[in-house]
Design a protein around this ligand. Structure first.
Ligand SMILES: Cc1cc2nc3c(=O)[nH]c(=O)nc-3n(C[C@H](O)[C@H](O)[C@H](O)COP(=O)(O)OP(=O)(O)OC[C@H]3O[C@@H](n4cnc5c(N)ncnc54)[C@H](O)[C@@H]3O)c2cc1C
Ligand code: FES
Length: 500
């Protein structure tokens, strides 16, 4: 199941090590995730669910869904999709909640030689600008704030910066200013290179657990870094925390082998492990089409791409590439069920009518071992919610989103939101929103700061966003952002009304 040859990627692996899985010895590569090593060894069932002991595999592969919890070295509920493999680890299928760990047991992945020294201060002091998320939005925010002389710390839970870009092997569209004709993986590297010339510090392997908006003007972030808790105060914060993948309800949708598209991309393009032999892709938007193409590049058969919409949602150029490979794209189709004893063995699909109801007699069973869901993303708003930022429901932006003004400032002064976290779009708009948030945060931190330069950088980012959102493919974001402007306008009107 390991990908031996790839037209674009070469996989750098740690040394081969032995570890124990349910009493059996298995080999994997040091540093890859436990879930990836198990997948490469053909293991799909990682745990049994709490109530009905149903088999569960992983789903998101980015530490968001808890589908991959296993007991590791006696410690239950370890997220194996983000925990690196070490030699001699004892990994067990977790049944239900798992047994309580022995007092003092070290948390796997945090007890290693690279753990923080015990005397690392808990209080990391204060910084003018803290940015959570080192994806295209967060890195761009730090670069643009830095260009205006503002010092920042960029925090990301992953060891490698770049957010979702680290697994995107395809070339981007748009203008040269948005890295057109550059592969996603290289854009992340390029942004990190630019960051090096800025007054910015990158804190990877660090999760922001909480944001407290209580101080004026300072905010406090609580951080977890290699098993230790830290506190960081900031005068302004940019939240660029990205998004999580949506699930879809159908019979047996929890069977191991039903994976999010991002998880499949991580497994193939980061870990070098094929998700299966034969895949049904659900969703013909850009993500579904791009990941289908990448599956073929990795030597995996794609049986079909289906979508309930009557038309393909993604760019026609991506759809044409899929069709040229002989893969059918079945619009007005949905998935009815997955079948298999403890892993996907087949999927049953059917045509839907104009009310999206399955049409009896059109059912077809496909013999696939993987069902990949590319059915949209939901913004990660938890930190903003915790700090007390107001939210709104805007379906065009991905559902529940944080209210923000034209400069991406939330209802909590000094807290900005950018990229997928502010509403689902794509990486080019995430970069531009990051630039805008970085410039706006700088202007808030230093009133009167170089007004001509601030105005110019702001206008460039706004114009870029306007261009990218023009046309049919930017319609949802355009409508969503307009709704957001109306919501914020009506709130400001309501607030000023009684006072006037
Ligand atoms: C499968 C898939 C395929 C895609 N294909 C394309 C494509 O072809 N073209 C395109 O333009 N876009 C594509 N996208 C979308 C694009 O990747 C995103 O729009 C873009 O990466 C959003 O950038 P961002 O910076 O907002 O978030 P992200 O890139 O998601 O970065 C957010 C970062 O924040 C970190 N983070 C989140 N919460 C915390 C926390 N509490 N503490 C610390 N760190 C945290 C995350 O780990 C992550 O590294 C794809 C997305 C997916 C999932
Ligand atoms: S948390 Fe590991 S698969 Fe989602």
């Amino acid at each position: 199941m390991r990908i031996r040859e790839h037209p674009i990627l070469t996989y750098e692996k740690g040394r081969e090590v032995e570890f124990e899985f349910d009493g059996k010895s298995i080999s994997g590569h040091e540093g890859e995730t436990i879930a990836a090593a198990l997948h490469a060894a053909g293991v799909r069932v990682l745990r049994k669910s709490i109530r009905h002991a149903r088999p569960r595999g992983f789903f998101c592969a980015i530490g968001r869904c808890s589908s991959c919890l296993m007991t590791v070295d006696g410690v239950p509920n370890v997220m194996t999709c983000v925990t690196p493999l070490r030699e001699g680890m004892r990994v067990e299928t977790q049944i239900g909640k798992g047994e309580i760990a022995e007092a003092g047991a070290a948390v796997p992945g945090w007890d290693t030689a690279d753990a923080e020294p015990a005397d690392t201060p808990a209080d990391l002091g204060s910084v003018p600008l803290a940015i959570v998320g080192a994806g295209p939005a967060g890195l761009s925010a730090a670069i643009y704030a830095g260009r205006l002389g503002i010092e920042s710390i960029v925090i990301d839970e992953n060891d490698v910066p770049g957010g979702q870009l680290i697994k995107q092997t395809h070339m981007f569209f748009g203008s040269l200013d948005h890295y057109a004709r550059v592969r996603g993986i290289d854009i992340g590297t390029e942004l990190c290179r630019e960051l090096e010339s800025c007054p910015a510090r990158l804190l990877t392997g660090t999760t922001a657990l909480g944001l407290y908006g209580d101080g004026t003007p300072a905010k406090t972030l609580s951080l977890l870094r290699k098993g230790r808790h830290h506190r960081l105060r900031a005068d302004a914060v940019v939240l660029a925390t990205g998004a999580s993948e949506n699930v879809l309800a159908f019979d047996n949708c929890d069977l191991p082998g039903v994976y999010g598209a991002g998880a499949v991309q991580t497994l193939m393009n980061v870990d070098g492990v094929a998700p299966g032999d034969s895949v049904l892709m659900v969703g013909a938007g850009n993500i579904g089409l791009i990941v289908s193409y990448q599956l073929v590049q990795a030597g995996v058969r794609v049986a079909a791409v289906i979508d309930a919409l009557p038309e393909v949602g993604g760019y026609h150029v991506h759809a044409a590439k899929i069709r040229r490979l002989g893969i059918p794209i079945l619009t007005s189709h949905t998935i009815l069920r997955a079948d298999g004893a403890d892993r996907v063995e087949s999927a049953t699909i059917a045509r839907v009518d104009e009310d999206w109801k399955p049409v009896a007699g059109t059912e077809e069973t496909l013999h696939v071992d993987t069902i990949c869901l590319a059915v949209g993303l939901t913004p990660n708003c938890e930190l903003a919610s915790m700090a007390g930022c107001e939210e709104a429901y805007v379906p065009e932006l991905g559902g529940r989103v944080v209210r923000h003004g034209a400069d991406l400032e939330t209802t909590l002064p000094g807290v900005f939101i950018a990229g997928d976290a502010s509403g689902i779009e794509e990486a080019s708009t995430a970069m531009l929103e990051g630039r805008l948030a970085g410039v706006a945060a700088a202007a808030r931190l230093v009133p009167g700061l170089d007004p001509d330069r601030v105005a110019k950088l702001r206008e460039q980012a706004v114009a870029g966003l306007r261009d990218l959102r023009a046309g049919p493919f930017g319609r949802a974001a355009r409508v969503g952002k307009e709704k957001m402007r109306e919501l914020v306008g009506s709130r400001e009107g309501a607030e000023s009304g009684p006072q006037a």
